[in-house]
Design a protein around this ligand. Structure first.
Ligand code: ATP
Ligand code: MG
Length: 145
């Protein structure tokens, strides 16, 4: 039924469970998966060597999250690509979903943030509001959270 599934991950327990659903759906439907991770942008102060190091740290932390998810999917035999983007996560997810014509977005209910007053995290909320594709919001099983 699905041809191209977008998995949004920040490496959190809910996102890890989203990966499990993505894997099973992709294998069932022989779908392609696009793993999306957005890392925080750093304001640019021209010529500041400290800023260069901060950017490099953000990129490599982002790569680690994206590559860990990609490795798990690849091991299961899923056909996938990775999109590592800079900037607000919801914008990244929505634009990849549009440009790559994804027919399902899978993501966690919560991430690493801890604003417990929200029903779902702000990234999930913005994607739910803005996405044209169906969105599957996943929670970690209790023992994993
Ligand atoms: P908030 O960030 O609003 O404080 P939160 O961290 O609990 O709250 P979200 O950030 O909305 O919740 O996370 C929900 C889901 O969104 C995550 O499980 C993950 O699937 C996705 N997500 C969050 N951040 C990113 C990111 N930087 N890149 C890709 N996907 C992300
Ligand atoms: Mg968050």
């Amino acid at each position: 039924m699905f041809e191209r599934i977008l998995l949004a991950t920040d490496g959190s327990p809910d996102a890890e469970q989203a990966l499990v659903y993505t894997r099973d759906l992709a294998l069932r439907d022989n779908a392609q998966v696009i793993v999306v991770h957005a890392f925080e942008s750093v304001p640019t102060y021209l010529g500041d060597p400290v800023e260069g190091r901060v950017v490099a740290r953000h990129v490599s932390a982002g790569e680690e999250v994206a590559n860990a998810a990609a490795a798990k999917l690849r091991e299961a035999g899923v056909d996938l690509s990775v999109e590592l983007l800079e900037g607000p996560a919801a914008d990244a997810i929505l634009s990849v979903a549009d440009v790559r014509k994804c027919d399902l977005i899978v993501m966690g209910s919560r991430g690493h943030g801890a604003l417990a007053s929200l029903i779902v995290g702000s990234v999930s909320q913005r994607v739910l509001t803005g996405a044209r594709a169906p969105v599957l919001i996943v929670k970690a099983r209790e023992e994993q959270a």
